[in-house]
Design a protein around this ligand. Structure first.
Ligand code: NAD
Length: 332
């Protein structure tokens, strides 16, 4: 039955079922760092829920996964409050949906938009605070407003500077990830020791950082790319591309592939290039992120309750191994 044939009651029931299934998957993914299904399975159900809620706005509940950032905070960690919330990100899966996103923004702003296009690193978001150039606090995203204090774990990561090149006070965000080689070595070791392997580098990174014993993170060869300046007491930065340059000058590890694109043709070329290179990179990526380059325009566009309106992720199709799993599932 297609959505337009649903009654309001049927839609509410279907949405509730989807929310229950998604909550179960999210608990495994975010709280236990051990997903029970592939991401595309979660994404398909999530998009079904989004479509139902869009067709029947009255059935939206405030605890729906479409209305909140996923992760939960683990007990045992000190909690931190993100004065500026760490949001999720909208996603699209086709060129046509990407063009719709661009058209919507162009209409809203009234002019063609310049994007800073970046790789979507498959790790977990982290927030770092520096006071007078010294690293003082690091946290996970958590539920967006309340995160976990993982400062001691982050101090063990070489790619996260303890001291910046200038004595500035700054809050930055980025992605902590486990390089593919470290992930393969870790799973070999775990299997040899009779421990369950991690499902993917993202969950391995999250599982390593959300440990009370900092020695675990120290042994796991984690790395990090930073990509957002949240607050800064020094120079005025006006574009996202400039922000990446400033982050690199301050001593942060910044992914070098970002490009400013003037139109969707350039964006498509970027996507095609990195989709082809994906396997050769030493870290996992699950797509490409388009960000409005002009920070003043970003502020003008603002956020929904869950995502910024000025950025979108184009997600790559599932990798071959996952596609094979899906084919097998369907033939059983
Ligand atoms: P997301 O992880 O898809 O996207 C948002 C995140 O992208 C940001 O928080 C940031 O950490 C990251 N990111 C990486 N590179 C970036 C860059 N260059 N610029 C900005 N951000 C960048 O969204 P989400 O809300 O964290 O999680 C939803 C995702 O989690 C879905 O894709 C879903 O597949 C997956 N998930 C899977 C399961 C499962 O059971 N398999 C369950 C729940 C969620």
């Amino acid at each position: 039955k297609s959505i337009d044939q649903y009654t309001q009651i049927e839609a509410a029931e279907a949405a509730q079922k989807l929310r229950q299934t998604l909550a179960k998957y999210s608990e495994a993914y975010y709280t236990k760092d051990a997903p029970v299904v592939e991401d595309y399975v979660y994404d398909d159900l999530y998009h079904d829920l989004e479509q139902l809620e869009a067709a029947f706005p009255d059935i939206v509940t405030h605890d729906s996964p479409t209305q909140k950032v996923g992760d939960q905070v683990l007990p045992g960690f000190k909690k931190v409050i993100h004065a500026i919330p760490m949001l999720s990100m909208g996603d699209v899966f086709s060129e046509a949906e990407l063009a719709t996103f661009d058209n919507r923004l162009q209409k809203n702003i009234g002019q063609p938009i310049e994007y800073n296009v970046e790789l979507k690193i498959d790790g977990l978001a982290i927030d770092l605070i520096y006071e007078k150039g010294r690293f003082v606090r690091g946290a996970t995203r958590g539920n967006g407003t309340i995160g976990e204090d993982i400062t001691q774990n982050l101090k063990t990561i070489k790619a996260i500077p303890q001291k910046l090149t200038k004595p500035v006070s700054i809050e930055v965000r980025g992605e902590c990830y486990m390089p593919k080689a470290a992930f393969a070595a870790l799973n070999t070791k775990r299997e040899a020791q009779g421990q369950p392997p991690f499902a993917n580098p993202r969950n391995a990174a999250a599982g390593s950082l959300r440990q009370l014993d900092a020695q675990v993170a120290a042994d796991r060869n984690l790395s990090a790319f930073m990509y957002t300046i949240v607050t800064f007491d020094d120079v005025q930065v006006t574009t996202q591309h400039e922000a990446l340059e400033v982050l690199a000058e301050l001593g942060f590890n910044v992914n070098p592939t970002a490009e400013v694109c003037q139109d969707m043709m350039a964006v498509q070329a970027f996507i095609a290039r990195y989709q082809a290179m994906r396997d050769a990179l030493e870290y996992g990526i699950d797509g490409v992120v388009l960000k409005v380059n002009d920070l003043a325009l970003q502020r003008q566009l603002g956020n929904t309750v869950k995502v910024p309106r000025w950025e979108i992720a184009y997600k790559f199709p599932p990798e071959e191994a996952a596609t094979i799993v899906r084919d097998i599932e369907w033939t059983i």
